[in-house]
Design a protein around this ligand. Structure first.
Ligand code: CMP
Length: 142
């Protein structure tokens, strides 16, 4: 089925100047960018986005990292987009990520792992709504 997923290019990858290279991978995989915004998250917004992890030991470091610089946030649309996006990102820990995946090529550690992607249809819907209003999502008509 055609799905939508939320993608974040994290501060480490923005700092490495590889937004375009990562966008190319989305496009070559057949994923369409149907919404996008660069922003520097506030601590409150980053904590809210990662609220599901608030009790995890890595939460404080995760939030500090995510507000350390701007992020690029986008909605990707395509057939099987959620799993396809996760495949091309690679494993959360770049040491375990398959060769040729975004994290294998651009991430340095599990904490600074270049990209985020929604993990299920429910979280995708929730995460898209967290960042974008209905009038900011632009499905292709041609
Ligand atoms: P992300 O998909 O953005 O979701 C939460 C992030 O927490 C994850 O990517 C990692 O960058 C980070 N993280 C740090 N340590 C861990 C861990 N042990 N397990 C899962 N995520 C972790």
């Amino acid at each position: 089925a055609v799905e939508r997923t939320l993608s974040i290019i994290k501060p480490d990858a923005v700092a490495k100047n590889v937004i375009g290279e990562i966008y190319s991978r989305f496009e070559h995989a057949g994923l369409k960018i149907i919404a996008a915004r660069m922003q520097h998250l506030s601590r409150e917004r980053a904590e809210a986005f990662y609220a599901v992890h608030s009790e995890r030991p890595f939460f404080k470091d995760l939030v500090s990292f995510m507000i350390s610089g701007p992020v690029m946030v986008q909605v990707l649309e395509g057939e099987n987009a959620i799993a396809l996006h996760r495949d091309i990102m690679g494993a959360t820990d770049p040491k375990k990520a398959d060769p040729g995946t975004i994290r294998a090529d651009f991430a340095d550690s599990i904490d600074e792992n270049a990209v985020h992607g929604s993990d299920s249809p429910d979280t995708a819907a929730q995460e898209i709504n967290f960042f974008f209003g209905p009038d900011e999502v632009c499905p292709r008509t041609r």
